[in-house]
Design a protein around this ligand. Sequence first.
Ligand code: HDE
Length: 692
Amino acid sequence: MSKEDKHMKKDAKEEQLDSFRVDNEGQKLTTNQGLKVSDDEFSLKAGERGPTLMEDFHFREKMTHFDHERIPERIVHARGFGAHGYFQVYEPLTSITKAGFLQDPSVKTPVFVRFSTVAGSRGSADTVRDVRGFSTKFYTEEGNYDLVGNNMPVFFIQDAIKFPDFIHAVKPEPHNEVPQASSAHDTFWDFMANNPETAHMMMWSMSDRALPRSFRMMEGFGVHTFRLVNEEGKAHFVKFHWKPVLGVHSLVWDENQKIAGKDPDFHRRDLWNAIETGNYPEFEFGLQIINEEDEFNFDFDILDPTKLWPEEIVPVRKVGKMTLTRNTDNFFAETEQIAFHPGHVVPGIDFSNDPLLQGRLFSYTDTQISRLGGPNFAEIPINRPIAPVHNNQRDGMHRMTVNQGPVSYHRNGIAGNSPSTSTPQEGGYQHYAEKVDGRKVQARSDSFKDFYSQATMFWNSMSAVEKKHITSAFQFELGKVQRMDVRQSVINLLMNIDPKLAADVAPKIGAQLPEEVKQSKNPTPTDSPALSMMNTIFSAKTRKVAIIAGAGFDQTTTDVIKALEEAGVTAEVVSDRLGPIAGQGGKEIEALHTFLTSDSLLFDAIYIAGGKESVNLIASESDAKDFVREAYKHFKPIGAVNEGVAFLQKALAEEDLNAPGIVTATSKDKLSGFENKFVEAVAAHRFWDRKL
Ligand code: HDE
């Protein structure tokens, strides 16, 4: 954190958290009763070699607390990582919503964001093929507003009643608890094949969106249709979006699998480091808005959570920005204990009848009661609103509030009927008075029955590279499925999305290509360019480059490091040893990694320094060539000058040296401008045209 930030005015949430923070530094060790402890190493025993005595209250208190340190992990989204920040609206949104935090661009609303994977348990790896959760708690002056979204705009199922079934299918299989954090197994694909409403989301989860490079480089979506309501009571349907300022970027599948072993904390480390180094992650807040009168003017049902609103038809209006500026003090107290709920809303934000959303409105409070041990979880510091809380709810496990006075009921005369309700003008929440009329039925609306049009639209919107990745994702995932009939039924389903895709997958998994194709009936746009990650923002900012250098590196090395840093790149030296290393001309750089402690998987690009001595040292490291080859295989930019190029020649096949994204210079004239070219290559991220 920079000096300036440290002195930034604390926001209301931080001030509130201050009263709960405890700093042990310089303090005396005590029991939970505040008694000073004289010995914390040896239990009280009857003689030095005798039995421990029950009387040792300090031992018993310490051990009892330890025995109960764990709480149940979240049933889904168990593995997550969070940070604090703030949100600011660009302009007053008065015409569409009365939500207070969306009115004044000068107001910074404190937020806490938790990113997560869905299927894996708390200790699983970050880089798995999965949907990512993207939950934001806005601590507004009107109470907490939670936007509990994902990094994909649609969902697997249309009705909440299927959620337990879907989650049972995706989680490790119950008889042997295998596989962890993976969808590549029979029950997941059996569910997909038997529930064709999953078709659209299946395409998203087989796409590169399921393999984010960083939490900082993912979009976020509210998924469901919500309502925004203004002061006059007029409502609009909306979809919520988060657009990362750094663009949407992914890793390749091979990298994901290997990083899961090399650095299971890859995403949390990335977020933590970005914030610590002042590279604050930023996300623009976007709205897609549909007038209530237009509800039925689309060829999809706007209540169906397996459908998105193509941005080309309903543009995303960017209305604000969220900046994450502060890491947590304590993972458990903040990230683990935070409790989100899509039903935590403020005046001006309301729901739609999306049957998935309606079910979520029940589930989230319910789950916290077992996860956080009772109904008082809203009193946990991270969950407390900054708005005052007054009501007649009382008691329960772990109650912290000391409510005064005899009255705990509404309506009362003794306390003048306080706490009193508020009119909408005073800020009282009023549900949108939607007219509802219908028979009680258990049914799927006919308007929800087109499962394939948007799945096909998604496929059609992909670039050739993205299509290739999706095809091999299906080949991999279905290749892990043991039951032939399950593999076959997924191919049958794929035929309805794209017969060519089905044809490319089927032979690899020993399945047959059925002749009959049940084409979808509803016309939709053939593609939506906004869905392709090729149309995102590309930048060198915060990319991580490995500088491979040993003692005696040449003088260009520090110029390259400087140029990279000026472009906002993080350059870290990988060498044969850790610590300071001396180069030509008295230059010194600090090696943060060795080939043993690091891997090119953990970098976005690599640079091989020149200097004969340096290159000789690097060449003597047995892992150095693999480091370079793997970066090549993962389409990463590789830079080298002078003797560094000679090393590159040894590491790569001759025909690969002129491949896209290999930036080299040996002669003096070529050296001028090298830094810019290399920075440009880093900004381009990956070079997909390489032959492997
Ligand atoms: Fe969740 N979901 N969900 N979900 N969800 C939970 O709540 C649930 C759904 C999402 O960082 C649980 O506190 C049902 C869609 C995120 O703490 C639980 C249904 C979307 C998180 C729950 C859905 C989400 C959760 C588990 C179908 C994207 C992590 C622990 C009707 C819009 C929140 C918890 C965090 C967590 C239920 C579907 C996002 C059990 C019943 C769709 C990001 O309540």
